[in-house]
Design a protein around this ligand. Sequence first.
Ligand SMILES: Nc1ncnc2c1ncn2[C@@H]1O[C@H](COP(=O)(O)OP(=O)(O)OP(=O)(O)O)[C@@H](O)[C@H]1O
Ligand SMILES: [Mg+2]
Length: 269
Amino acid sequence: MSAVISLKGITKIYRTGNVAVRALDAVDLTIRRGEFVSVMGASGSGKSTLMNILGCLDQATAGEYLFEGERVDSLSKNERARIRNQKIGFVFQVFNLLPRTSAVENVELPLLYNHEQSVKDTRQRAIDALVRVGLKDRLLHEPNELSGGQQQRVAIARALINHPRVILADEPTGNLDSRTSVEIMNIFCELNDAGITIVLVTHETDIAQYGRRIITMRDGVIKEDKAVKKRRPGRGQSVMRHTAQDADTEGKKTARPRSTAPKPRGGKA
Ligand SMILES: Nc1ncnc2c1ncn2[C@@H]1O[C@H](COP(=O)(O)OP(=O)(O)OP(=O)(O)O)[C@@H](O)[C@H]1O
Ligand SMILES: [Mg+2]
C-alpha cells in the first residue's frame, strides 16, 4: 500500500499576542491508502490542528507534508484548495448544513463552489451520495426535518460528492447518542471497505476501535501509535447473524448491518 499522507517534522505554532502555543511539535506520520486511523488524546493535545493541516485547511509552521507524493506544504492557498476540493472530504462534530435547504441541495454545495470543475450530473451525484448513506427517502427534507444522525449522514454524503480519496472526520459522533454513533461509524466502516482512507478524531475509546490503527496525541506529539487487534463493530459476529440470507443474495462481505446493533458499543454512552 502506498502512502497517501506523509508528514515529516510537522510543527504548528499559533501566535496570539505575546503567547505562542506549540500545537504540533515535529510530528512524523505516514498513512497508507485504505487505512482507517483513529486519533485520540486529551483536549488541547493538537488533534484538530493536525486534521486542519492534513486537510489543507491550514498550513504548518515548519515541516514537510506530502499528499499522494505531492509536496503540499509549500503550495499556494489556491493550489491547496484544489487538493482539498478534489481529494479530501470533511466531516465535523457540528453538521454545518444550510438551514431551509434540502438534503440534496446541501450535498450539491461543494460541486457548486468548485469553479474549476463543471459537473453536469450534479443532482444525480448528490442523490447517489445520499443513497449511499441510507437517506434515499429523505432527499428533500431540510435539516430541521431530520434527526441528528440523519443530518450527520447528509454531511457525510456532502463529503462524498467529490469522490474523495481521504475522509477526515473530527469528532463526527460528538453530538450523537451511542446508538446513532454506531450507525454513523458503520457508514465510515463501509466507506473504508470501499477503499476510502479515513482519519477520525474521537474522545471515545470504543469509537476509536472502529479504526484499524489508533494514534494517541499529547502536547502536540504522537505518544502512541498502535494497531487495533479486534476491530469494532464485531463485524464477524454481526455478519454471522445475517449469513444465512445474505449468503444467497450477496455472497460477499457487504452484509455489515448498519441499523441497530447496539451490542458493539459495550453499553457506554
Ligand atoms: N486558532 C488558534 N489560535 C491559537 N491557538 C490555538 C488555535 N487553535 C488551537 N490552538 C491551541 O492549540 C492547541 C491544540 O488545539 P487543538 O484544537 O488542536 O486541540 P484538540 O486536541 O483538537 O482539542 P479538543 O479535543 O478540545 O478538540 C491548544 O492549546 C489550543 O489552545
Ligand atoms: Mg479538536
